[in-house]
Design a protein around this ligand. Structure first.
Ligand SMILES: [Zn+2]
Length: 247
């Protein structure tokens, strides 16, 4: 990376109980391109959940990965996204959380201290609760939460989850990503059923449009092709809001 970047990268640790050594998980570390940004973020993740801010105008948008620490592709894709947008003119501000729970990622685990963070957003001071509070405080226009799904699990295919109520904007975001990337759109009528405590659901219930994007990947595994699928979902999410220009 040269010294001619268009943006400043600001980093804030938003939860101090979740720190971990990402490099101790070779399954993810071996797939990370070690740019200056990535190295900086990995070092900071030892202290807790890092949130990166890039850009300076509106709208504000939040990209989250690693809510399930053993779903590696979206976390790698989030680092790639940071490097990509770092050199771009952005029509807005991005808040990117590449590792929601670095400790879970270090442990290659779905759980944080035995808790499924995508079922605990409604619980005070859970890490996802802290993330949602941040999103409210920052007045973000939407949250994109990026996961992977193992074959033979639920949904077990590449998809974009959304609910129609209470934020129908979520449906249109999912529709755009689905059409652009070719991920299946998976629609539920009302947020909170059946996924109580999911970041996406609690975000929608808080009137912040939100979608959950899934790529198909074995758990605790990543390769370049799978990371690219997650990355393309993220790019489409940004495009929908005009933060970056449509390709
Ligand atoms: Zn997940």
């Amino acid at each position: 990376m040269d010294g001619l970047n268009k943006n400043n990268l600001e980093l804030e640790i938003i939860s101090k109980e979740s720190g971990g050594f990402i490099s101790a998980n070779r399954n993810i570390f071996n797939n990370i391109e070690l740019s200056d940004n990535s190295k900086f973020i990995l070092n900071q993740a030892i202290k807790g959940t890092p949130m990166i801010k890039i850009g300076g105008s509106y709208p504000n948008l939040m990209v989250v990965a690693g809510v399930h620490g053993n779903e590696l592709a979206p976390q790698i894709a989030a680092l790639k996204l940071i490097d990509k947008v770092f050199d771009m003119d952005l029509n807005g501000t991005l808040y990117i959380i590449p590792f929601a729970s670095p400790k879970s990622t270090m442990d290659n685990s779905r759980y944080f201290d035995g808790i499924d963070l995508n079922r605990s957003t409604h619980l005070p001071n859970s890490i996802t609760n802290v993330i949602l509070k941040k999103a409210k405080e920052l007045n973000v226009s939407a949250i994109g939460d990026f996961h992977s799904s193992a074959p033979n699990s639920n949904p077990g295919r590449e998809g974009v989850f959304c609910t129609q109520k209470p934020c129908d904007a979520s449906f249109f975001i999912a529709d755009y990503i689905s059409k652009k990337v070719g991920s299946e759109k998976i629609i539920y009528p009302v947020a909170g059923i059946p996924f109580k405590g999911a970041l996406e659901d609690e975000s929608n219930l808080a009137q912040i449009p939100s979608v959950t994007c899934e790529v198909l990947s074995a758990i605790g595994y990543a390769n370049e092709r799978i990371c690219e699928r997650s990355y393309l979902q993220m790019i489409a999410f940004l495009e929908y809001f005009g933060i970056i220009d449509k390709e």
